[in-house]
Design a protein around this ligand. Structure first.
Ligand SMILES: [Zn+2]
Length: 90
């Protein structure tokens, strides 16, 4: 049984990474402070990295062991490799 919360954490982290990636050039254009865009870029990288770690460690297919290529917010998903349904908890 896969934990849906990990998939949701990954979704949120990827959204955050996107937000930080967008903020980065905005910060650099509105502020002379070089620190903010650097922090923003670092946060985006950290979010993507954390998502990858969670995927590799927590979101593997129970049947074939492949780390999931897709993240889900809701239930019902089939492994892209072996085609077996992936059961998430509630
Ligand atoms: Zn599989």
């Amino acid at each position: 049984m896969l934990k849906i919360k990990y998939a949701r954490i990954c979704v949120v982290l990827l959204i955050l990474a996107g937000v930080f990636a967008i903020l980065c050039p905005i910060f650099s254009s509105v502020s002379a402070n070089i620190i903010l865009p650097i922090i923003s870029a670092c946060m985006a990288i950290v979010c993507v990295f954390a998502t990858t770690v969670i995927r590799l460690s927590k979101l593997k297919c129970p049947s074939c062991g492949k780390s999931l290529a897709a993240l889900r917010w809701s239930q019902e998903y089939f492994c892209p490799k072996c085609g077996k349904p992936l059961a998430y908890d509630k």
